[in-house]
Design a protein around this ligand. Structure first.
Ligand SMILES: [Cu+2]
Length: 349
């Protein structure tokens, strides 16, 4: 198995964190654990799909990169040391919860909290009317249910693979302004939030066609249901349109739907929304049955479909370059190139 780009998560008492990977597995534990992680709050450069280099602010970890994904189990105690290297105050807040701390400029802050109930959470810097967040200060916290590796919450639907799609958007004018005027310029931007004009739209930090990388693209054999954890850390509203299969809505902002899951092809994503959906990977209903009668085999002829944002602006980069925006692929009939160890199950632990 090729493990490049994939970091397997350990079930021990060590830090239970994943790098900036989109496809991950989890080894469940019977009980809660103490988990620690160091995050620096710093500026860095992010190269967009057209080569434009943007000055962004982000949470960073030496191993996990920027905008990391932290995977824990509900009830764990998570202790985070925040080293704010910026010349402006920052914060760490989990959206739609009361979990937050301030992180003063040029200071180190250590903060502990109990990981909330199973689900998908955005962590972000909530200062300056969202300006700090949209400049890049955000990431993903996944809380897995206790003792379960293949359900989003206890009693929820079963998946074979789970992905996270962290949605972002960047305004190069804002990035340039912070670079030119210093970190404290974020406070000035807070008074002109209406000037935000995003020009780059990303899934897991990448735009099409780089979204084939890092397993952001959904792949699987027929029947290999995939959970897609979607988080909108940007300021734009998105409309995620899945071709090939409808998805089942499992959770909307931590309200879970165990039994009655609506089947949808477009999922709206408002700023700070988290929505988990299940892509069932059924044989695509739009393929005429005659094709199968004539010998079509999805295992040898996988079918490719797009997922794209129907908010048309989001499909571009740099002010109009189509299709280098919020697009990725869905491949039905083919396994991912790199993936977690799918042989584990709870009974083997
Ligand atoms: Cu579409």
């Amino acid at each position: 198995m090729d493990r490049r780009g994939f970091l397997k998560l350990s079930g021990g008492a060590a830090a239970l964190v994943a790098g900036n990977v989109a496809l991950f597995s989890w080894v469940p534990r019977a009980g809660a654990a103490n988990v620690t992680i160091n995050l620096s709050i710093a500026s860095s450069n992010l190269t967009m799909i057209d080569g434009r280099v943007l000055h962004v602010l982000s949470y960073q970890n030496a191993t996990l990169g920027i905008q990391p994904t932290i995977v824990c189990q509900e009830g764990d105690t998570l202790t985070i040391t925040l080293n704010n290297t910026l010349g402006t105050n920052s914060a760490f807040a989990i959206a739609n919860t009361d979990i937050r701390t301030d992180a003063a400029a040029n200071a180190t802050t250590t903060f502990s909290f109990t990981v909330p109930s199973a689900g998908t959470y955005i962590f972000h810097d909530d200062l300056n009317n969202g300006v700090n967040r949209v400049l890049g200060l955000h990431g993903t916290l996944v809380a897995m249910p206790a003792g379960v590796k293949n359900q989003p919450f206890a009693g929820g639907p079963t998946f074979v693979r789970q992905y996270k799609w962290l949605l972002g958007n960047y305004d190069p004018v804002w990035c340039d302004a912070v670079q030119a005027n210093g970190d404290n310029y974020v406070a000035s931007l807070a008074n002109q939030a209406d000037s935000f004009e995003p020009k780059y739209f990303t899934i897991n930090g990448a735009s099409f066609d780089q979204t084939h990388n890092a397993n952001t693209e959904l792949m699987g054999a027929v029947g290999n249901a995939a959970l897609v954890r979607m988080l909108n850390a940007g300021m734009a509203v998105h409309s995620m349109h899945f071709h090939g299969n409808h998805v089942e809505v499992c959770s909307i902002n931590h309200v879970n739907h165990a039994d009655y899951r609506k089947k949808k092809d477009v999922i709206p994503m408002f700023p700070l929304d988290t929505r988990d959906v299940l892509l069932p990977f059924i044989s695509p209903p739009d393929i005429p049955l005659g094709e199968f009668a004539r010998g079509l085999d999805l295992a040898t002829s996988p079918q490719h479909y797009p997922m794209h944002c129907h908010t048309e602006l989001s499909q571009t980069a740099g002010g109009g370059f189509y299709p280098h925006g919020m697009h990725t692929g869905i491949v039905i009939g083919k396994e991912p190139l790199t993936e977690p160890d799918l042989t584990q199950d709870v009974a083997q632990l």
